[in-house]
Write a protein that binds this ligand. Sequence first.
Ligand SMILES: NC(=O)c1ccc[n+]([C@@H]2O[C@H](COP(=O)([O-])OP(=O)(O)OC[C@H]3O[C@@H](n4cnc5c(N)ncnc54)[C@H](O)[C@@H]3O)[C@@H](O)[C@H]2O)c1
Length: 278
Amino acid sequence: MRINPFGGSRRTQQADAVVTGAGSGIGRAFAVELGKRGGRIVCSDIDPERARHTAELIGDTGGKAFDTGCDVRSLDQVTALANTAEEWFGKSPDLVVNNAGIGRGGTVIGETPPAEWHQVLDVNLWGVIHGCHVFTPRLREAGHGAIVNVASAAAFGSAPRMAAYNVSKAGVLALSETLAAELSGTGVTVTVLCPTGVRTNILEGVSIGDETVRLWGARLLRWTGRSPAAIARGTLDAVDQGRLYVVPQIEAKAIWQSKRLLPETYTRAAGLVERLVR
Ligand SMILES: NC(=O)c1ccc[n+]([C@@H]2O[C@H](COP(=O)([O-])OP(=O)(O)OC[C@H]3O[C@@H](n4cnc5c(N)ncnc54)[C@H](O)[C@@H]3O)[C@@H](O)[C@H]2O)c1
């Protein structure tokens, strides 16, 4: 799966990095791990208090971090984020993690309110499009660097009752693959992260079907989810190896392989599960 000829490079060491959605979960774990690797980190989040807390965590371990608010749904705010980061670093960033995202689901197509479709696509897909649109020219001009886009195994898993989320993540996967090809030979690499469950706050305070379904989903995530720190470490190691795809967990790999080897059988099986729970 390696498409970039940078095997062995250590681009995540002492990287000047920008992380979106850095106030919680996977984004916070990326920011903290990058801080441990000696980089200067711009921690951004729609919730500036959460971003500040992440920056403090990095500061507590001797790292250097700057916190700022940024709603990735806004192209103007993402542009301002890039300008702020360049000012603080005194140069363009080495690494950008387009991580901010929200979870929604629990309804079937036709019953999912259009407002929810827009909400999910605005953050999960447009947020990453904005990040790639704003930062790519800057990294390309610098002639080096890496972009990490956080997708999900939902990008290819296409589980029922998660259409908006699935579509948003499939978009992030396609965007990342296209960008990787377009940046080939420029010195800038692209890595797309496609995990299954990770123990984060993604199901806190959101509507996923009824409250019982959400509570069980949150419990399942706590019991079976991988730690965000392990996900961030593994992904950054993959960036160092110039890898495009990071499909970290065994079940994510199983879904990935099934979809490639037996796509129709996979979807029929998903339909069977849907009929059982209906
Ligand atoms: N947790 C999982 O099981 C899982 C699995 C696969 C993929 N992901 C993806 O990982 C990414 C991070 O999610 P998480 O699980 O850490 O969730 P989380 O809720 O713990 O953290 C998400 C962070 O993003 C911020 N955010 C939300 N909307 C934003 C916006 N418009 N602009 C900027 N920041 C915003 C939140 O304030 C929060 O701090 C998401 O893209 C999510 O889809 C998560």
